[in-house]
Design a protein around this ligand. Structure first.
Ligand code: NDP
Length: 315
């Protein structure tokens, strides 16, 4: 394994709104941060269509375009961005050890974790078997495959409404299947979905199976109150039931809750290990917005700079 001997002052793991905001602040503080982009550079916004609630863009902005701005701004102040994923860490000794793609060892005085979250799945065997054959978690990426075909969206949050609205551009009928009789989505998203003539709602229902041999043909639904089963013919199933934090590799080292959200001290990004900071969806199970992720990214860079100064690791 290849090792760089000189520790980097700050390594940021993840290149979504949190990681890149941390990079903008850390590079402007002359900490020359290295960002390891991870498996999904840009984070969840890369698969988001128009972002309408990010302040500063009155007419909205496409998710990938917004992330390109973040990257350009971080690079402008001297951030180094590198492709690859951190596959292992050791936080017992300082400088901290990180391994990129199981190949290259890297040392860091301070680490900022901004690894975000990944989509949750229902946990059905058929769901994984038919993944990419009609089952998806991203309407922006896969919606165009369902031109003129009926699809189902599972979930009742903003992501489900956003997927459903996006799918109306291609599909002839979008069935939103929700396990309760009330949506969790924001009022503005609910209104748009309720008013769309191609979207219909199936309430108090859960997906028991997804049928199809080579591609999705139907979903089997069960009604909460009656225990009745029904088969709904669809060609696509979009799962939008929330996210899980991408924090598994940190579990041996950092305090986290049972769902894997990293513990941070109140009003700070300090984790249970001094010198390791966490921001964005890896530590936030409550707000989970691009703007709050960016806000905590800013906090992480400031916390890291002050900690490095206190430890005498920077002038
Ligand atoms: P949410 O946690 O908000 O919603 C998840 C939905 O999936 C809920 O309706 C939940 O049901 C349902 N669900 C969870 N588990 C299951 C299961 N096992 N089976 C069936 N249904 C299930 O997640 P989202 O990804 O929608 O949103 C995450 C965050 O991102 C939110 O803060 C949201 O506001 C934000 N967001 C904002 C967007 C925007 O503003 N444009 C777009 C997308 C996301 P129940 O309601 O019963 O708990």
């Amino acid at each position: 394994m290849n090792t760089s001997d000189e520790p980097r002052t700050v390594v940021i793991i993840g290149a979504g709104p949190a990681g890149l905001t941390a990079a903008i602040y850390a590079s402007r503080a002359h900490l020359q941060p290295l960002v390891i982009r991870g498996p999904k550079p840009g984070g969840q916004l890369i698969t988001t269509n128009t972002v309408e609630n990010y302040p500063g863009f009155a007419q909205g902005i496409l998710g990938p375009e917004l992330m390109a701005h973040f990257e350009a701004q971080a690079e402008r102040f001297g951030t180094e961005l590198r492709y690859g994923s951190i596959t292992k860490v050791n936080f017992t000794r300082r400088p901290f050890q990180l391994v990129i793609d199981d190949q290259q060892r890297l040392l860091a005085d301070a680490v900022i974790i901004a690894t975000g979250a990944s989509p949750r799945w229902l946990g059905l065997d058929s769901e994984q078997r038919l993944l990419g054959r009609g089952v998806s978690s991203c309407a922006t990426c896969d919606g165009a495959f369902f031109k003129g075909l009926p699809v189902a969206v599972i979930g009742g949050g903003d992501a489900a409404m956003e997927n459903a609205l996006c799918l109306t551009r291609f599909s002839n009928r979008v069935h939103v299947i929700h396990r309760r009789d009330r949506l969790r989505a924001s009022k503005v998203m609910q209104k748009m979905a309720f008013n769309h003539k191609k979207i219909s709602f199936i309430w108090n229902a859960s997906v028991k199976d997804i049928l199809g041999d080579k591609a999705v043909e139907a979903v089997v639904l069960s009604r909460a109150e009656t225990d009745e089963y029904a088969c709904l013919p669809v060609s696509g199933v979009f799962i939008a039931i929330g996210h899980r934090p991408n924090t598994a590799i940190f579990r041996p080292w950092l305090r986290m809750n049972k769902e894997g959200y990293i513990f941070t001290r109140p009003y700070s990004t300090y984790t249970s290990v001094a010198g390791v900071f966490a921001c964005g969806d890896a530590q936030d199970s409550v707000y989970r917005q691009a703007v709050t992720a960016a806000g905590t990214g800013c906090m992480a860079a400031i916390d890291a700079e002050r900690w490095l100064q206190k430890e005498g690791l920077i002038g």
